[in-house]
Design a protein around this ligand. Structure first.
Ligand SMILES: [Zn+2]
Ligand SMILES: [Zn+2]
Length: 404
């Protein structure tokens, strides 16, 4: 069936200004035409939805998720594994309701991301597209080694075997934990680099040979430089960066997914009612709160340095639940200095490129898959308006209807 979305203001994910005076014609799940005035032939037999006064943006992405919060052992301490698997699916489905039509998983237990990806792709349930990583790769005494979302090995041969197993399961990309993390133990701090040269060469050697991209968790300038030189597709977090690491990211076209929410999960950083409410609902324990506060200034200035240098920045929350965390992260990009228009690009076209899906997704253009979010209010005027969801279309079909 042909669907005509009549005359919304279009924020296409590419242009510098909103576009007025066009209607979006959708056929066979794709945007077949952006039309100044649909012809009688086009209108005949089509379903026409009047969107004058509304705003159309591309479907949103969250490019750094573990489907459930990576702090699930804190926030859901007594949850069974099966209960967590079910919650992961529910939170993905809820994400669709706020306009998240695609997510990139970067470390999940037992190929949970692949299972949900397939159940959404074959319409068993209605949820976002998932780009799957399987487990995140770490070392003995490496980052997050005690969490169920990681798979530890040591030495080149160990990593070759793990990666080949992951490829056989059907992952879309790989995730490597190069350094420690903001919330880690003493032996797991962002300034520690955990991988040795033979291990790095094994990971990237196979990735290049088989045509897979590697997302790299890197907390420091040093681990970022090692990752970029090895061929990382994206740097995750970058809790601190220096001029050299930022320049390397620019010259190597490396994407940056800052995951600002990690160091902004505190009252001091919460400037909006939504954010304050989120902190009240998911309060960090004191030891983690101290880490978030201690790392925030450096994280924020790393982000600003990358933004100014022209690093390609994508939106990814690294928190949960998806429906709250992903939108908060988009707002935090703006709170830390990005324009609302560029924050929308970060969460759409740039994120689609991070998922290697920018030929199909991420912008409102003729020929692309019709993943769209219709908003009641203009998100370019105030990024918080991204919450004013009216409808969500996934693959050309109305997936969420808040019009009543
Ligand atoms: Zn990480
Ligand atoms: Zn993460």
């Amino acid at each position: 069936m042909r669907l005509i979305l009549l005359n919304p203001t279009i924020i296409d994910g590419k242009s510098t200004e909103p576009i007025e005076g066009f209607s979006i014609i959708i056929e066979n799940n794709r945007i077949s035409k952006l039309s100044k005035s649909p012809t009688q032939t086009e209108i005949k037999g089509a379903k026409v939805i009047d969107l004058h006064g509304f705003f159309a943006i591309p479907g949103l992405f969250d490019t750094h998720t573990h489907l459930v919060s990576p702090l699930s052992d804190v926030f859901h301490a007594n949850e069974t594994t099966v209960a967590r698997y079910i919650r992961a699916g529910k939170e993905c489905m809820d994400g669709l309701s706020v306009g998240i039509t695609s997510v990139r998983a970067v470390g999940t237990h037992n190929y949970l991301d692949l299972a949900w990806k397939r159940s959404f792709a074959n319409n068993m349930f209605s949820g976002p597209r998932i780009f799957a990583s399987g487990y995140a790769l770490t070392t003995t005494a490496g980052h997050a080694v005690e969490k169920e979302i990681t798979y530890a090995s040591d030495g080149g041969p160990g990593f070759r075997k793990i990666i080949r197993e992951q490829l056989k399961e059907g992952v879309d990309h790989l995730k490597l934990l190069m350094s420690g993390g903001c919330f880690g133990d003493r032996w797991d701090s962002p300034t520690d680099t955990h991988f040795l040269t033979d291990e790095i060469e094994s990971v990237f050697g196979i990735a290049q040979q088989r045509g897979y991209k590697v997302a790299v968790h890197a907390g420091s300038p040093e681990s970022t430089k090692i990752a970029v030189k090895a061929g990382a597709h994206s740097i995750e977090h970058g809790y601190s960066l220096d001029e050299e690491s930022v320049a390397l990211m620019v010259s190597n076209n490396t994407y940056y997914v800052p995951t600002l929410l990690i160091t902004h999960m505190t009252n001091e950083a919460a400037l909006t009612p939504y954010h304050k409410n989120y902190i009240t609902q998911w309060p960090l324990p004191n030891n983690l709160l101290e880490r978030a506060n201690a790392n925030r200034a450096a994280h924020s200035s790393a982000f600003k340095m990358a933004l100014e240098a022209g690093v390609k920045i994508a939106a990814g929350s690294d928190a949960g639940p998806l429906k709250d965390a992903s939108i908060l992260e988009i707002e935090l990009l703006v709170q830390n200095g990005m324009s609302p228009m560029n924050a929308i690009k970060a969460a759409t076209l740039t994120s689609a490129a991070v998922c290697e899906a920018d030929e199909e997704l991420g912008s409102i253009e003729e020929g692309k898959c019709a993943d769209l979010v219709i908003l009641r209010k203009n998100p370019v005027e105030a990024i918080g308006n991204i919450r004013s969801v009216y409808q969500v279309y996934k693959n050309g079909k109305l997936a969420i209807d808040e019009s009543q």
